[in-house]
Design a protein around this ligand. Structure first.
Ligand code: SAM
Length: 216
């Protein structure tokens, strides 16, 4: 299927715009996922915005529950949809039982935008709690927020401001990866692709919950 191909609508709904399809497909490619691999799974999208991802997923036979802290912020762009599961909740207090989710995805969501270290760690712990053993958390693009990494780590010798822009991006990405490795050694970084030498490839992250885990 090409990105431009229109997906037939179900239930007489309007066809999904190519742009949403294309965005969702690029996201899946960067995360290393396919629609096929997600079918039949319990999937959460945290920081889902207008639930565009869940809407496209539905067209591919994949059920995604969108979790969004502030749906009211999206009203200007159109009401959050009613044809896919949509839950108002914060990612650090998920209204789901432990060990019931196969996959959590988050695109530019709270794990990369939050500027509070404690909140970041709470969101991480909550994701671990709801995941089934072998369940996965895939999020990005990174790096994680510099306030979470700690500015003193990003700029230990007070030279950051004088660095070339590309070097600044690399430094933040490296610290982000180190921070995540300290937080959870199971984390892996997947570097996406960039065709522009001036723009570093974006970082995506994957955590797989171990079969035997201390998370409830
Ligand atoms: C940059 S938007 C991305 C929206 C969507 N994932 C997309 O790719 O279009 C980030 C979203 O995360 C939501 N968010 C921020 N903190 C959150 C939290 N703690 N729990 C759930 N959602 C949160 C924001 O309200 C916002 O809608």
């Amino acid at each position: 299927m090409t990105y431009e191909q229109e997906i037939p609508a179900e239930d007489g709904a309007e066809p999904i715009l190519d742009e949403k399809e294309r965005t969702a497909q690029l996201y899946l490619d960067q995360l290393g996922l396919t629609w096929e691999s997600m079918r039949g799974k319990q999937v959460l999208d945290i920081g889902a915005g207008l639930a565009d991802f869940a809407q496209v997923a539905k067209r591919h036979g994949v059920s995604v529950t969108s979790v969004e802290k502030s749906p009211e912020n999206w009203v200007h762009a159109g009401e959050p949809p009613t044809n896919v599961p949509y839950v108002k909740a914060s990612a650090d207090e998920l209204p789901f039982a432990s060990k019931c989710v196969d996959l959590i995805v988050s695109r530019s969501g709270p794990l990369t935008n939050v500027d509070d270290r404690q909140l970041f760690e709470k969101i991480y712990a909550e994701a671990q709690r709801v995941l089934k053993p072998s369940g996965e958390l895939r999020f990005g693009p990174g790096p994680i927020h510099t306030a979470v990494i700690g500015w003193e780590r990003v700029d230990p010798d007070n030279t950051f401001d004088a660095l070339p822009e590309l070097e600044k991006d690399r430094r933040i990405a490296d610290e982000s990866e180190k921070y995540l490795k300290e937080l959870t050694p199971e984390i892996t970084r997947q570097t996406g692709t960039s065709t522009d030498p001036e723009i570093p490839a974006q970082e995506y992250y994957c955590y797989t919950k171990p079969l035997e885990s201390s998370a409830q």
